[in-house]
Design a protein around this ligand. Structure first.
Ligand SMILES: C[S@@+](CC[C@H](N)C(=O)[O-])C[C@H]1O[C@@H](n2cnc3c(N)ncnc32)[C@H](O)[C@@H]1O
Length: 369
């Protein structure tokens, strides 16, 4: 079979390249001891030569990763409490390593299937990296089957699919539902959208989420996590947008406090736009993404709030010793423009156990303020 045609051709390159930033940030956070991720180096070319990222980025990467890990871990435990193994689908997965971290961790037995989707150019790169690395492929087990001209990979529990998620999911995600369907409609399923929906038009991401919701509506339980930027209309949000357009990454934010202070042009111009952030001026507006589609419950928290009140104090204390951070004010400004939103779509009979799913505020401690 021929590989699917590359969509939107070269115009999508800047969006696909955002994966490089995400992978470099994770590599840096792992190397400096913020996170434990022995696998990310296999997805970054010349990993040992890559410079570390500034503390602000390392801390943001830490907060985002441990929070999503927490929600994933809870999902697996709740599925097991219901006597089931769970299924995880990561959209716009890029070079993410969560499957390998789960498969080598204590939650391994609770996981039935892990499916990743990205543009064919990115899935091809990932499939090649997996085949090249014994550390990665041994964890997949055998057989490992590379298909669709090298853009898809399947193994007993892990599947990698190429798709343009902006297209009609009945066509772009058809291979997930073709018998025997990789996507089992009766398993508790967690959808992870880690910094991907923001690159699509709101109608496109709504259609995508609606498709998953319908697929699980009669028999299953669907949880969804979205991590991304919001509130980009305020002055700091506009700095972030200009920043992406000129191809600079977040370290520019440390010195530039207004859009006027940013470099006017750059040969690295990326022109990444973030249409998906438009409907969400505040974090309070974020749950509407799910509630308007008929999800049962939804909640959102900014990374600033999560860092302040939801991350274990021992962990905050530990990472505070890794690097000097002078720019606390800038850190808060950046973290309050990123949020994690989680939503649950249930049939009426299934609420019980699942109502426990979500972030839990840690106990207040007199030293906190
Ligand atoms: C910022 S990266 C995040 C990667 C990964 N989720 C993470 O957090 O490390 C965004 C990813 O979403 C993918 N992506 C964005 N729009 C997409 C689309 N329409 N179809 C498929 N993948 C898309 C990009 O190719 C890229 O790999």
């Amino acid at each position: 079979m021929l590989p699917p045609p590359p969509s939107h051709q070269g115009g999508d390159a800047p969006i696909r390249l955002t994966d490089n930033d995400a992978a470099l940030a994770k590599l840096s956070a792992a190397r400096l001891g913020y996170l434990s991720d022995p696998f990310i180096k296999h997805f970054v070319p010349r990993a040992s030569f890559q410079p570390s990222r500034p503390p602000l980025i390392n801390i943001g990467t830490f907060v985002r990763t441990v929070t999503i890990d927490d929600l994933v871990e809870q999902w697996i435990k709740l599925s097991n409490k219901e006597g089931k193994r769970c299924q995880i689908v990561s959209l716009g997965a890029g070079s993410d390593t969560r499957f390998w971290r789960l498969a080598t961790g204590p939650q391994n037995d609770g996981l039935s299937t892990y499916i990743e989707v990205d543009f064919p150019e990115n899935t091809m790169k990932k499939a090649m990296a997996i085949k090249k690395s014994k550390d990665l492929s041994v964890i997949l087990g055998s057989p490992i089957d590379v298909k669709l001209g090298g853009t898809a990979l399947s193994s007993p529990r892990y599947q990698l699919f190429p798709a343009d998620l902006r297209q009609d999911p009945n066509i772009s995600l058809k291979s997930l539902t073709t018998a025997p369907p990789p996507l089992n409609p009766s398993l508790p399923t967690l959808l992870i959208c880690e910094c991907v929906l923001v690159y699509m038009q709101p109608e496109e991401s709504n259609c995508l989420l609606q498709w998953f919701q319908s697929y699980f509506a009669s028999t299953g339980v669907l949880g969804t996590i979205v991590y991304e930027m919001f509130g980009l209309g305020d002055s700091f949000g506009r700095v972030m947008v200009s920043n992406l357009k000129v191809g600079e990454t977040f370290e520019v934010l440390i010195s530039a406090r207004s859009p006027d202070e940013l470099p006017r042009s750059s040969s690295k111009a990326r022109n990444v736009s973030l249409p998906g952030a438009d409907p969400f001026p505040s974090y309070q507006s974020l749950p509407s993404r799910f509630l308007n589609l008929g999800y049962t419950t939804a909640r959102a928290l900014t990374l600033k709030e999560i860092r302040r009140s939801y991350v274990e104090p021992e962990e905050l204390d530990r990472i505070s010793k890794l690097e000097m951070l002078d720019e606390i004010e800038e850190l808060d400004l950046v973290l309050e423009h990123y949020a994690i939103t989680w939503g649950l779509s249930l049939t009426s009979s299934s609420m019980g156990t699942w109502s426990e799913w979500g972030l839990v505020k840690r106990e207040w401690n007199a030293q906190d303020d």
